[in-house]
Ligand binder design. Sequence first.
Ligand SMILES: *Cc1c(COP(=O)(O)O)cnc(C)c1O
Length: 462
Amino acid sequence: MMEPTRFDLSQDRLPTAWFNIMPSLVQAGIQPLPPLHPGTKEPVTPDLLAPLFPEALIMQEVATDEWIDIPGGILDVYRLWRPSPLHRAVRLEQALRTPARIYYKYEGVSPAGSHKPNTAVAQAFYNKEAGTKRIATETGAGQWGSALAMACSFFGIGCQVLMVKASYEQKPYRRIFMETFGAEVIPSPSPTTQAGKAILEAHPDSTGSLGIAISEAVEVAATSNGAVKYSLGSVLNHVLLHQTVIGLEAKEQMKLAGESDPHIVIGCVGGGSSYAGLAYPFIADRLAGRTQTRFIATEPAACPTLTKGRFAYDLADAAGMTPLLPMYTLGHSFVPAPVHAGGLRYHGDSPSLSLLVKHGHMEARAYTQSEVFDAAVRFAHAEGIIPAPESAHGLKAVIEEADAAREADEERVILVNLSGHGYFDMQAYDDYLNGRLPDFEFDPAAEDAAIADLPDAPSLGG
Ligand SMILES: *Cc1c(COP(=O)(O)O)cnc(C)c1O
């Protein structure tokens, strides 16, 4: 009989609640650490975040309930593309001659081409409910800006995107995508904010960074007298929460495929939202002692936050507008080399994911660009999808684990998050195919300089 390779949930089986990992962490003896005020170094109270976020999102940021209902207005939009498919990569298994069974959860089917609309739609919905008229945000390569521009247009909210200047100039198609949904896109650093002006005075030719663009977008909201709110596409608890629809669906789909618990769950990490979204519903079972599933987080060798960073309190942005977060960090002034996986070029990582790595529940691996694109092309040849350069980091780990299963002669079950497609990243593939893809060496001296810039805060011993 033909072996099925695609496992779909019908639309009425879309999850109706998000999964909050916090109670599982606490029960496993891992105490979440509070974000700190950048001035007083005291724990941030919810009212301090009120100028930036609507109350519903602030409550989710500090939520201790295990399940949080998804409002009908959000489910209605999710149904445009969710539940997303789970595929078994049989042709890749054959190409790798592995006894492993490889499954990928494909988030590239969303209208913006990645997992990011899962939180963009939720954030736009709660802002609409709170009466927000306009949202400011940053974007690196343009994935997050695309998702938020679409979500804001669905709910009739204005959207202003500070886009890292290097991408603004090199990736016009993402800018046009956002503008098609009515967003205003401004290259960052820009003369429209104090943070942008200060950078431009010191470095008139600055091509920008995610940290600078965050400072600018936060400033727009913080100085708007309530007229504009701010939105972040990764790192924060509420963002990871919204992404858990990925893992909740995948759990049901693995059952449809006749699998019990996967042996290995893999994903790429920029700030950690897509990987947490897939992994957290599964890692709760490990934390409770019910499974021994292994978790592998992957990242670029040019921005090796989890593998080479410190576990410390650091700012989320370049200019010091944001609270201090307890996380693995390369230092907020670290500017990663311009690898094509723009969504993974961030100096920090989500606090809960950082804790899971710190406590040994997750492994982390860093890869160079050329090994990542080798994996991407092998995957495309077998499965037909050209992956986002970010997602391809996870595929590299899949191939390593499939090889290990062959050597051990074991039928291991591997689950990976294919967080997006790469159809806006053709320049990256062109560079790879024509030998123009540099393997940037990570510069420990640049990290040391950025670590010296860490704010004074209680040590986390990392
Ligand atoms: C933004 C992005 C990422 C990285 O962000 P996370 O918050 O770590 O998920 C990964 N994959 C794709 C396709 C992205 O657009």
